[in-house]
Design a protein around this ligand. Sequence first.
Ligand code: MG
Length: 433
Amino acid sequence: MVVIEGGEARGGKWEVGSLFVYPSFSIVPGLQRGRPQSTKAAMNTRHVFLALCALPCLAQAANTGSPFYGDPPDAHHPWAVHDQNRPQPVRVEPGTFSTQEQPGKPPSDAIVLFGGQASDLDKWQADKKPAEPTKWEVKDGILQCVPKSGYIRTKEEFADCQLHVEWSEPADISGESQGRGNSGVFLMGHLEVQVLDNYNNPTYADGFAASLYGVNPPMANPLRKPGEWQVYDIVFRKPVYKDGKELDAGYMTVFSNGVLVQDHTPLEGPGGHHNRSKTGPFPEKGPLKLQDHGNPVRFRNIWYRPLPKRTIEGATEGALSEEATNAKRAEIAETVRADAAKLEGNAKTLRQLESLVYATDAATLKEATGSVEAFVAAVKALPADKLGSKKSDIMTFHNALQYLTKAKDLPADFGATNELADIVKTQGWDKKK
Ligand code: MG
């Protein structure tokens, strides 16, 4: 049996050595193991029968979509393009949008911090040490700041999140600039997204409603009239530091009444009044705070969704370092091999070949290439008038071998690849219609 000898794994790829007659492995597991022989001699009647019996399995594999289709993994992308192995997105039941008359429903995975119940106040406390119950009030499903009672903070602490907050200014206009309907949403207890009645009320731009207070003004003013409900949707990522070095400044994206007003704005530390904020690490988690600035601002429908880690924190989506990519590719290959072990016949072989897309493995390569040779031999043993009935299966293997060869996951001179290509060409199946 002709296989490749002298190859070795380098950087997750198989590099070809030279051709040898492989001493011992069976084209059908369990058969003739340990007996060196030519491919032709090995293809006894039983082999042909078993290899062809496995052909129907290909139809099932094809139903899941071809794994040998999009560009293969590379040094910074562990997943092939359109990879069927990539986990499906987690199902989330969407919520509903709010109206002025009533708040919408949060998505199914949201953690509700205030949903209109008086008991929701138990999730909050006065922002004091030691903590004590807040004097803010819940009336008619609305949380209202009681001026001079102090900030409130959630008992729960969290960091990176999608945050939804609705707020409403007093309809009876009072004060000006920073004195008109001032409150604030403080991510992790530090960074304020300003709440202010700026419907018709100029103030300094970096203190405007939806500003990152003291850091960055909003890009627009889409506020509604005081008395109406305003909606903030915020995406918050905290700074990431390692060994004192900043890996990611952190950032904030804010939609105000559905209008983008902060576009991935880099953080500059915790923000603040009067003094320029300085970059630096944040704690792991912190509470959400709402500000008492002396105005009876109202809130409703407050919820958040925790966000997954970024790649810089170890997540494996997106472009990765070579080290992280190789680790993930090895993990994917192992998962695919484990799945292959549950299959039989050609479906197993195809899955084994698929694992080689991610990382080479000598035992898998040996078994899969042996099985491929058995398949090709079985096909070649068919009467000419039966070949057409196996076209789909032949093309599946042909495409797989072409893909793997192009990606250098199989040796360029693997004989079965060329033998199948010859069959495809002779039959005219390589011609595009
Ligand atoms: Mg404020």
